[in-house]
Design a protein around this ligand. Structure first.
Ligand code: PEP
Length: 251
């Protein structure tokens, strides 16, 4: 019922030229995908990426968006600026932004609401640190990130949630399929109680954290996992394509 969504997060990798070349390499490999495919590229790569993606089945995503429509926010980028280039998705609240750039649940919330009202689909990242998991605080952290970060969203099924345990991002340490499924199941229950049960059934929840060609099929076979947010493995066309083709039988 929920269409899987595999999104690459290039982070701060690839110049515009390198990015366009990577897209050219990915395009033929995923042309027959049974899922939504997205590449979230650095902001300055967006024009070249938009050009390279023309006529393909791959959607364009950004990695951040400011909450104001315009104004004195040096270095920031507005939703309209992204939309002009055909950007459809935007990652919001990635743990690296929370860790290094002072992103909070409050700013995540403001960015998410701005993206939605501009017609962008936010990919809102949530997840616990290793310390929080080992301290038994995972559910408490997720509760707060959902209650505060997603406050005021009219239709929660219009966003994509990325569950990314911080301890699994870029570390090679993947959550087991069972761990990811259980936690995403918890997130769905929480969304049902904060928003509505029907919307919780509709909202797509990705797993992110060292997902790769070798573990994608087992993660994607889990009933609660609707997709992946892929960092490192999205930088190589064959690896990313293998994840996109996680299961030809498809969910
Ligand atoms: C990410 O950047 O969202 C991510 C999950 O990275 P990686 O796949 O490299 O762990």
């Amino acid at each position: 019922m929920r269409r899987p969504i595999i999104a690459g997060n290039w982070k701060m990798n690839n110049t515009a030229k390198e990015g366009a070349a990577l897209i050219e390499a990915i395009k033929p490999l995923v042309a027959d995908a049974n899922c939504d495919v997205v590449v979230c590229v650095p902001a300055i790569d967006i024009p070249a990426a938009a050009e390279a993606l023309k006529g393909s089945n791959i959607a364009l995503g950004a990695q951040n968006v400011h909450f104001a429509p315009k104004g004195a926010y040096t270095g920031e980028i507005s939703a309209d600026m992204l939309k002009e280039y055909g950007v459809e998705y935007v990652i919001i609240g990635h743990s690296e932004r929370r860790q290094y750039f002072g992103e909070t649940d409050e700013t995540v919330n403001k960015r998410t609401l701005a993206a939605l009202s501009a017609g962008l689909t936010p990919i809102v990242c949530i997840g616990e640190t290793l310390e929080e998991r080992e301290g038994g605080k995972t559910e408490q952290v997720l509760d707060r990130q959902i209650e505060e970060g997603m406050k005021g969203i009219d239709d929660i099924s219009k966003i994509v949630i990325a569950y990314e345990p911080v301890w699994a991002i870029g570390t090679g340490r993947t959550a087991t399929a069972e761990q990811a499924n259980e936690t995403i199941g918890y997130i769905r229950k929480k969304v049902a109680s904060v928003f509505c049960p029907k919307c919780a059934e509709k909202v797509r929840i990705q797993y992110g954290g060292s997902m790769n060609a070798g573990n994608a099929a087992s993660l994607m076979a889990m009933p609660e996992i609707d997709g992946g947010l892929i960092g490192g493995a999205s930088l190589k066309a064959p690896d990313f394509a293998a994840i996109v083709h996680f299961d030809r039988e498809g969910k």
